[in-house]
Design a protein around this ligand. Structure first.
Ligand code: HSE
Length: 400
């Protein structure tokens, strides 16, 4: 019997209890152990809830109970989740988490503590919700030299961009509706500014390199400046605009960023719509592979947490290898990374565009302006030209 405590009885925490109950037989069979929730930690009481008797308010009851072997940390945020997770691991209790902020900030230290204390720190649900991506990176792709990861890692922004694309609507309009329907948070900053996707690509980049990629070093741009006009051009070019998190090994070093990008209809990420997420991984032997599914939501995310509980039950007293050293990776200077840019400009800037960017082909999609795609150049080169181009309306990076 493996006794489990759930920290935080919110959306994901209550989902964990539900998944464990609903799929009990299969889960126990696969874990080769009976898994039972003994405690649920929350500040609130839940009168009438079938599990109300398991609710406790004092974490010490859990941390000091030798029967508890696995903790599901579904609280979110850095504190007290960080302190509770450290203490659990130091006490030899495995921790399974959906908390990407915590994993991105302290993952390598928590993994080290797990190893030192013969238990596990598992975080399948921290990236891509219910999509299996951490375990493939950590188990299935271990024969690969992974050189590129590109992901649609945030459901809220993918939903907003999909609606903008399909309906020709503007960002603010779709965001407001998404908030009314509960698809976007009341404070949507972490999603729309790309911070959530940044933490997720930081975690994937760390698994790709085996070292710590600090999310604060990753260039991050959100979708707030994307307009209905941008989508008019995207459609004219048979492209779409997606918020991509990417990490690539280049001859100049590791490049990581989060940014809205134009992608072609042929790109496998083009058809990832609505709240769905996908992660596109390139390995030197396998080539391309893609992992697709629900990147958020109660049961998909809880299912990923429970899959980690099963892994812990299968490895009691043993640590599953996860290479993620505390030593940091120095990302290349983002200004030196190269790509094409799509530019929109006022019609009176046509001569200057030709001079600055050697433009040969322009698109006229909206009255009074034109659009074009640049040659491949560095971010720094583009910035210099853009600074000398007052007629520029906007620019979007192009992913090829
Ligand atoms: N806010 C996140 C999203 C939830 O929209 O994808 C899952 O991390």
């Amino acid at each position: 019997m493996v006794k489990v405590a759930v920290l935080g009885y919110g959306t994901v925490g209550s989902g964990v209890v539900e998944v464990l109950e609903e799929n009990k037989e299969k889960i126990n069979l696969r874990a080769n152990e009976e898994i039972e929730v003994k405690y649920i930690l929350d500040l609130r009481d839940f009168p009438g809830d079938p599990h109300e008797k398991k609710v406790v308010h004092d974490v010490e009851m859990i941390l000091n109970d030798p029967e508890i072997r696995v903790i599901c940390e579904t609280m979110g945020g850095l504190e007290p989740a960080y302190t509770f997770s450290r203490r659990a691991l130091l006490a030899g209790k495995s921790v399974c988490t959906s908390n990407k902020e915590l994993v991105a900030a302290h993952g390598p230290e928590l993994l080290r503590l797990a190893k030192e204390n013969h238990c596990n720190y598992l975080f399948e649900a921290s990236v891509g919700g219910g999509i299996p991506i951490i375990r493939p990176m950590n188990y299935s792709l271990t024969a690969e030299e992974i050189d590129s990861i590109i992901g649609i890692l945030n459901g809220t922004t993918n939903y907003i961009l999909t609606r903008m694309d399909k309906e020709g609507a503007d960002f603010e309009e779709v965001l407001k509706e998404a908030q009314e329907k509960g698809y976007a948070e009341k404070n949507p900053e972490a999603d729309v500014e790309g911070y959530d996707a940044c933490r997720k690509i930081a975690i994937l980049s760390s698994l790709m390199t085996g070292k710590y990629v600090n999310y604060q070093d990753i260039y991050t741009e959100g979708i707030t400046k994307i307009t209905a006009g941008d989508f008019c051009y995207a459609r004219a070019m048979d492209k779409s605009i997606k918020l991509l998190g990417m990490s690539k090994e280049t001859p100049e070093g590791y490049m990581a960023m989060v940014s809205p990008c134009l992608i072609d209809k042929e790109h496998p990420l083009y058809s990832v719509s609505g709240v769905f997420n996908a992660v596109f991984v390139h390995g030197n032997m396998l080539g391309n592979s893609m992992y697709y599914g629900r990147g958020a939501g109660k049961l998909p995310t809880a299912s990923a947490v429970v899959s980690d509980v099963v892994d812990c039950a299968r490895h009691l007293g043993k640590t599953v290898t996860c290479i993620w050293e505390e030593a940091g990776v120095k990302l290349m200077d983002f200004e030196r990374s190269k790509r094409r840019f799509f530019v929109r400009a006022k019609m009176e800037g046509l001569d200057r565009a030709k001079e600055l960017f050697s433009v040969s082909e322009i698109m006229e999609v909206i009255d009074g302006e034109f659009g074009f795609i640049t040659e491949i150049m560095t971010e720094a080169e583009f910035k210099e030209k853009a600074d000398a181009f007052p007629e520029m309306i906007s620019r979007i990076r192009v992913e090829e």
